[in-house]
Design a protein around this ligand. Structure first.
Ligand SMILES: [Zn+2]
Ligand SMILES: [Zn+2]
Length: 332
């Protein structure tokens, strides 16, 4: 067996063990093989929350590196994409299984699947957004234009949705989305939002509250963090760096990014600020028809104090998630 086969065999046997992957990445680096960078960046993104402001750039970079990788190799390294997906079933992702919110129950974590920005499905979506922005259409249903296999490759929407200033109805029925970008708040004409049966969509960005005309929504509420029926716990919101120091110890990858020193607009006041990820909170608010768990990235405690009061029957203060948070009883 070659060294390389040995590494892949070890990773296959124990996919969660980081050491095998990092030793293999070092071995690839020594041979100037860009797949070493792929392994490190893949691990870094798995440890990075979906609302991190540099995630979009990181996923784009990972997609570029992916182009030189063989499918059989990716099936081992990016195993999460090779496994058969039970999407469109109520229990597609299994995030809430075994989570009771009690102390000893496992800690919930975000979906951190990376969007492949080099796949045809993503390029098609970018084109559809440009077309819709150019012709000023009022109804946008991009997933209807794709077959199921293509649709499943779409895990988020591009930031360019900010250009859809005329769209009143956004239909995302039956999607495989795991997150909606904050730029949805710039869709100023939006009246109706339908991500119904998107069972892996467990939260929304606070920026959605900026859509002044949004009055109708159809959301699969059982898939939401903190929903009144099951009260699944919210993921814990960490502060500061998310990626273990040392993971990206290579000259070629910009480690600075994941240390939480990038600029972003505040979810509340809109002012750009240097994001050290210190003022991130959850708040459950009524948005159109439904109460949604909203993730806030604020510039200051003052902006957190300016948040509207949470909906009754939900946690009554902005919070940081995990088990320390006492939710009201189920069904209340
Ligand atoms: Zn899930
Ligand atoms: Zn602010």
């Amino acid at each position: 067996m070659s060294d390389e086969q040995g590494f892949l065999k070890a990773i296959n046997r124990d996919p969660k063990e980081l050491t095998h992957r990092l030793v293999y990445a070092d071995w690839l680096d020594e041979r100037d093989d860009p797949r070493g960078d792929f392994i490190r960046l893949h691990l870094a993104l798995k440890a990075t929350a979906p609302d991190h402001c540099d995630r979009v750039a990181g996923e784009h970079e990972l997609s570029q590196l992916r182009k030189v990788c063989e499918p059989a190799w990716l099936a081992v390294i990016e195993r999460e994409y090779a496994l058969p997906r039970a999407a469109h079933s109520q229990h597609g992702c299994g995030c809430f299984e075994g989570l009771s919110g009690k102390k000893n129950s496992p800690t919930p974590y975000f979906h951190v699947e990376a969007q492949d920005t080099e796949c045809d499905a993503w390029k098609r979506l970018l084109d559809l957004v440009e077309d819709a922005a150019a012709d000023g259409r009022e109804e946008f249903a991009p997933l209807r234009e794709m077959d199921r296999a293509t649709r499943l490759q779409i895990r988020t929407l591009p930031p360019t949705i900010a250009k859809l200033k005329a769209v009143k109805q956004l239909h995302l029925y039956g999607s495989n989305l795991v997150r909606i970008p904050p730029e949805i708040g710039e869709m100023t004409s939006l009246e109706e939002f339908t991500p119904y049966t998107s069972y892996e969509l467990h939260w929304f960005p606070y920026e959605i509250t900026r859509c002044p005309n949004l009055k109708d929504s159809t959301v699969s509420t059982r898939a939401l963090y903190g929903n009144y029926k099951y009260r699944p716990p919210f993921p814990r919101l960490k502060t500061g760096a998310e990626v273990t120091p040392g993971l990206l110890e290579t000259e070629r990858l910009p480690l600075k990014r994941w240390q939480g020193n990038s600029s972003r607009p505040c979810s509340v006041c809109g002012q750009p600020f240097e994001d050290r990820r210190q003022h991130r909170v959850w708040v459950s608010l009524r948005v159109a028809t439904d109460v949604l768990p909203l993730l806030v990235n604020a510039c200051s405690e003052d902006c957190i104090k300016r948040l509207p009061a949470p909906s009754s029957k939900y946690v009554q203060t902005p919070h940081k998630g995990r088990h320390g948070v006492q939710q009201p009883p189920r069904g209340f």
